[in-house]
Write a protein that binds this ligand. Structure first.
Ligand SMILES: Nc1ncnc2c1ncn2[C@@H]1O[C@H](COP(=O)(O)OP(=O)(O)OP(=O)(O)O)[C@@H](O)[C@H]1O
Ligand SMILES: [Mg+2]
Length: 266
C-alpha cells in the first residue's frame, strides 16, 4: 500500500535520549489510526514530527505525499492538528480564535466568515461563539480546537488525546461528528488516547508504542488474537505489550503530569 502517512526509521533524540527510536509504519487514506502507549512512550513526539513542529534527528516521513522535512509548507496545508495541551486564546471569543486561524490558513476573505460559522456549528458551539474562551469549559475549548483544526478541510487530522477531560456525552458527540466527516470526505484520522474503549471502537488500526518503539501493530481484532485467550480486551493487549512501563521508573513524572493536565481540563 502507498500510505497517506509513511514513516521510515524515524528517530528523535533529546540529548542522548531517543524519545522516538527507529519507528516505521504506514497509514492508508481514510483510516482511523490510533497510537497508544504509556506516558512518555513517544506518541506526542511522533505527532510533532509528522506535523512539522519538531524536526527528526534521522529517518524520513511523508504526509499526503509531502516530505515532513523538505516540504513543510505543503505538509502543513494538508493537515489539521489538535495538540495535547489546550491552546486556544482565552482573551478572544471562539469566533475570533477561529478567524485568526482562517487568516493563517489563507482562506479567501469571501468564504472566511461562512467557513468559521460552519465549523462552529459542526462542533455545536454556534451559541457560544461570541463568548470569551476563558468562560468556556474544558470540553468546549476542546471542541473549539477541533473546529480550528478542520477550518481548511485537511486531508489528515492529527488529534493528540482529544477527549481528555471531556464528559461522556461531549466525547461521543465529538467522535460522531468526526466519523461523519471522515465518511463524507474520506479524511484520515491519526489519534492518541489513553482510553482503550475509545481506541477499540474507533480505530481501524492501532500501533502500540513503548519506550520510543512500535511494540505491536494491527487491527484491534488482530492485536487481541496475538495476545490470545478468551475475552481478551484491548486493555489486556496494552498491558501485554507495554505493561512493564511503570516498573521501569522515570515514567512517574509523566504520569503525574498527565493527571495534572487531566484535572486542569476537567
Ligand atoms: N522537548 C523535550 N525535551 C526533552 N525531553 C522531551 C521533550 N519532549 C518530550 N520529551 C521526553 O520524551 C519522552 C516522550 O515524550 P512524549 O511527550 O512523546 O510522550 P507521550 O507518549 O506523548 O506521553 P503522554 O502519554 O504522557 O502524553 C518523554 O520521556 C519526555 O519526557
Ligand atoms: Mg503525549
Amino acid at each position: 500500500m502507498t500510505g497517506i502517512i509513511e514513516v521510515s526509521h524515524l528517530v528523535k533524540k533529546f540529548g542522548d535520549y531517543a524519545a522516538v527510536n527507529d519507528v516505521s509504519f504506514e497509514v492508508a487514506k481514510g483510516e482511523v489510526f490510533g497510537l497508544l502507549g504509556p506516558n512518555g512512550a513517544g506518541k506526542s513526539t511522533t505527532i510533532k514530527m509528522l506535523t512539522t513542529l519538531l524536526s527528526p534527528t534521522s529517518g524520513q516521513a511523508s504526509v499526503d505525499g509531502f516530505d515532513i522535512v523538505h516540504q513543510t509548507t505543503a505538509v502543513r496545508h494538508s493537515l489539521g492538528y489538535v495538540p495535547q495541551a489546550l491552546s486556544a486564546d482565552g482573551n478572544l471569543t471562539g469566533y475570533e480564535n477561529l478567524l485568526i486561524f482562517a487568516k493563517l490558513y489563507d482562506l479567501p476573505r469571501t468564504v472566511r466568515n461562512a467557513r468559521v460559522n460552519e465549523v462552529l456549528s459542526f462542533v455545536g458551539l454556534t451559541d457560544a461563539g461570541q463568548q470569551l474562551v476563558r468562560h468556556y469549559s474544558g470540553g468546549m475549548i476542546r471542541r473549539l480546537e477541533v473546529a480550528q483544526a478542520l477550518l481548511h478541510q485537511p486531508h489528515v487530522l492529527f488529534l493528540d488525546e482529544p477527549t481528555v477531560g471531556l464528559d461522556p456525552i461531549a466525547r461521543q458527540a465529538i467522535w460522531e461528528h468526526l466519523m461523519d466527516l471522515r465518511e463524507e470526505s474520506n479524511m484520515t484520522i491519526f489519534l492518541t488516547t489513553h482510553s482503550m474503549e475509545e481506541a477499540d471502537s474507533l480505530c481501524t488500526r492501532i500501533g502500540i508504542m513503548h519506550r520510543g518503539q512500535i511494540a505491536a501493530m494491527g487491527t484491534p481484532a488482530e492485536l487481541k488474537a496475538a495476545v490470545g485467550g478468551e475475552n481478551v480486551t484491548l486493555n489486556d493487549v496494552f498491558v501485554h505489550f507495554a505493561g512493564d512501563a511503570l516498573e521501569s521508573g522515570g515514567t512517574y513524572r509523566d504520569a503525574s503530569r498527565a493527571r495534572r493536565t487531566a484535572r486542569r481540563l476537567g
